[in-house]
Design a binder for this molecule. Structure first.
Ligand SMILES: [Zn+2]
Length: 272
């Protein structure tokens, strides 16, 4: 599932290729992804100019003149940018065709993605977006925030990190990698984190996210960036997907446990 670095990389690229351009038309091949698409989506987007592209949590927000287009990549979605209107792949569900025939093409095998327009700034008005927690790469996310939010929480720290209403954009990969970096086991109860744990974990989260952004995100399963290329952060995974392999730090075998129905990878020796 695309997380903060993959979504940010996608948003940056959409902005690079489409800012200032007008949408000529949309071609919807599948009118139901996670939800049924708005019936007048194509009509509303027609002739709108793309002003800016940003990210909030795992949502891409394309600001148009007097309208917002919101895209969530779901479990398996990605966007390609192409000048080829005919080379359509399986699961290419929506084309947003810009002037000069640049096309933003949304592909989503599992159809958990979302594409919708919003009249108002969705970060302030949309029920799913306005409740998103603090952005981990901002100053508002720090050891103090983490310490305060983890008090009285009996949930595992891994599941806590993946709660988008508390911290935005972190999923299984970056929660696993950050916990390894901070030497904290994923099933440790949130309320048992010490101040020192919170200091180390908040800086580990920023560190792994920034490193992944530098590498263009991680490409596992379907994710490719908008140029159709893969990101490279998967080559830097220390624990994610490495069950049974030796820990890079201590050589002990990486373990896999299930927490909140998700696989968690960690080193029993390094993470306490
Ligand atoms: Zn280890």
């Amino acid at each position: 599932m695309p997380e903060l670095p993959e979504v940010q990389t996608t948003a940056n690229a959409i902005e690079k290729y489409s800012k200032g351009k007008k949408i000529s038309y949309c071609n919807v091949r599948k009118n139901k992804l996670r939800w049924k698409l708005q019936a007048d989506l194509s009509q509303r987007l027609k002739n709108k100019k793309i002003k800016s592209v940003s990210r909030r949590g795992k949502y891409i927000i394309i600001e148009l003149n007097s309208l917002y287009l919101v895209i969530h990549l779901g479990m398996s979605g990605y966007i390609r940018i192409s000048n080829n209107l005919t080379n359509i792949l399986k699961h290419d569900h929506i084309d947003i065709v810009l002037e000069s025939n640049t096309v933003l093409r949304f592909n989503d095998t599992r159809k958990f993605g979302m594409v919708f327009y919003s009249e108002d700034d969705p970060t302030q008005s949309h029920p799913l977006l306005k409740k998103i927690g603090v952005e981990p790469l901002t100053r508002n996310f720090n050891k103090k925030y983490l310490y305060e939010k983890t008090r009285n929480r009996s949930v595992s720290i891994k599941n806590f990190l993946m709660n988008g209403d508390i911290i935005a954009g972190i999923g299984n990969i970056y929660a696993s990698e950050a916990l390894f970096d901070a030497k904290i086991k994923p099933n440790k109860l949130s309320k048992n984190l010490t101040r020192k744990n919170c200091e180390e974990l908040s800086s580990s989260i920023k560190k792994v996210l920034k490193l992944s952004l530098k590498k263009g995100g991680a490409s596992i399963s379907d994710y490719v960036n908008v140029d159709g290329n893969k990101g490279y952060f998967q080559n830097n995974f220390k624990v994610y997907g490495r069950a049974g392999k030796p820990c890079y730090t201590c050589n002990y075998i990486i373990s896999k446990i299930t927490l909140g129905q998700r696989s968690s990878f960690f080193c029993k020796k390094c993470q306490k």
